[in-house]
Design a binder for this molecule. Structure first.
Ligand SMILES: *Cc1c(COP(=O)(O)O)cnc(C)c1O
Ligand code: SF4
Length: 447
């Protein structure tokens, strides 16, 4: 590498008064940031501070909004409480009030964790795994449950503030391998976090290599969901074990499977630096493919031209747009959420203005209890305005690619706020039964 290797350094709430870039903000705003960061997680590294944020545009700058706590993120009364306590500086009182507010912010949205966890042959729950859709098992490696910076809208925020313990994560891959041997219907394993790419190459190796055995020849693809391509691209260029990581990717490819980096890019800025482009280039040279996904977030990427630019840039750099998500119903959602109608409009305008190469993207998508639900249209049926919704992933594979209708609601921002228009949704009774009985893998070999 021509570039000297930067060493990862984090800034946290303790640095709000001393970080030189923040001095241009007034003292009130810094105090507000401290108040918010006593409730919601805040941690940012020097690459994001120095290369991604445009400090001339702060506080409106999208990457600043993405990573730094903002006054509007808490409800007004909660915000005033924390503001008072943070000025007083009583740590015990701050902690107690912060925990109370955290618990009011729907820290565990959808309650899916439980339903999705599979069992071993003795009926014991297998921590660190989710098996919601027939073809794909999601795996949470214990060491990958943190990130190179925190997104302020993250639906995993509860684990970063210590509200959720990490018992749901897996220390080793052996149970995963055992499970996959028994489940030939699974063709894809998705590593997620946090960000699995915070793990060192030897640890990644320990998790991934056991999947490459001939006994698991039914596994076609290994995916790694990561934001490190945006927050710490040096992971793939100049970190001491960057080459080892890429060799591991190559090894997956050589085993006859594909390694897909599921890259979380939410703003074109994240693809603009030399380091980011070099990282993408090196990942692609390893033979891995790159697919891109991000949620639509107010204050960050809430306009169609930003998405068009993002998708155009991804296509230019050989990465494939995959999902535009709807922001989940947790944490600072009042600050970040976008109504479904606007989300559909934003998606549609951007989608109409890119080449077919980018129309691999699907959205806006809600990952919710029954499956992945896409807002496919805002239309009229029988004189009534409706959302046309489409199930693109379902707990029952038979649900996939079927449409259903919800009453139009201009304020709706999430699936739970929607009601059937006309007849009951085709999956509702079956889903209710799954929830009541816990039998939610209704395919041959599912348990
Ligand atoms: C999104 C998701 C997957 C992957 O679904 P694809 O349609 O293959 O992208 C798997 N499991 C869970 C729980 C998911 O949310
Ligand atoms: S990188 Fe992903 S897991 Fe980490 S804070 Fe951002 S959204 Fe959350």
């Amino acid at each position: 590498m021509a570039e000297a290797a930067p060493k990862l350094h984090f800034y946290t709430a303790h640095d709000i008064d001393t970080l030189p870039q923040l001095r241009k903000l007034d003292a009130d705003r810094r105090l507000a940031m401290k108040a918010v960061s006593s409730v919601l997680p805040f941690r940012v590294n020097q690459y994001v501070v120095e290369q991604l944020i445009d400090w001339d545009k702060v506080p409106d700058d999208p990457v600043f909004q993405l990573t730094f706590p903002q006054p509007g993120m808490l409800r007004e009364d909660d915000f005033n409480t924390m503001l008072g306590l943070v000025s007083d500086g009583d740590q015990g009182a701050i902690k107690a009030a912060a925990e109370r507010i955290q618990r009011s912010l729907n820290p565990h949205p959808s309650g899916q964790m439980d339903l999705n966890v599979p069992f071993d042959t003795d009926g014991n729950r297998l921590p660190g795994m989710q098996h919601k859709y027939r073809e794909t098992v999601v795996f949470f490696p214990l060491a990958g449950q943190t990130c190179h910076s925190y997104c302020q809208y993250c639906f995993r925020w509860a684990q970063f503030v210590g509200l959720q313990d990490l018992k749901f994560a897996a220390r080793e891959a052996d149970q995963l391998v055992e499970y996959l041997k028994r489940h030939k219907e699974v063709t894809s394993v998705l590593f997620t976090g946090g960000d699995p790419m915070v793990m060192g190459a030897p640890v990644l190796h320990r998790y991934i290599e056991p999947l490459l055995t001939p006994e698991l020849s039914h596994i076609q693809s290994i995916r790694i969901g990561t934001k490190s391509v945006a927050y710490w691209p040096y992971r793939f260029t100049s970190d001491a074990d960057a080459d080892d990581v890429l060799r591991l990717y190559e090894k997956v490819e050589k085993s006859g499977r594909t390694l897909a980096v599921m890259a979380h890019y939410g703003h074109p800025r994240e693809l603009g630096t030399d380091a980011a482009r070099e990282a993408l280039k090196r990942i692609r040279e390893s033979g891995a493919e790159v697919r891109c996904q991000a949620p639509l977030i107010r204050h960050i990427n809430d306009d169609w031209e930003t998405w068009r630019k993002l998708w155009d840039l991804e296509i230019r750099l050989g990465a494939h747009p995959y999902y535009m998500f709807v922001e989940r119903d947790t944490g600072a959602r009042n600050y970040f959420e976008v109504p479904l109608e606007r989300a559909f409009d934003t998606f549609t305008r951007a989608y109409r203005n890119i080449t077919g190469l980018g129309r691999t993207v699907r959205g806006p998508v809600m990952s919710c209890m029954p499956g992945k639900v896409l807002v496919d249209d805002v239309a009229e049926r029988g004189g009534e305005k409706v959302f046309v919704l489409k199930m693109i992933q379902g707990r029952n594979p038979e649900w996939v690619n079927r449409t259903f209708l919800a009453k139009f609601d201009p304020k709706a921002t999430w699936f739970d706020q929607l009601e059937p228009a006309g007849e009951l949704w085709f999956f509702s009774e079956e889903l209710q039964l799954m929830i009541e009985t816990g039998n939610c893998r209704p395919w041959p070999g599912g348990d």
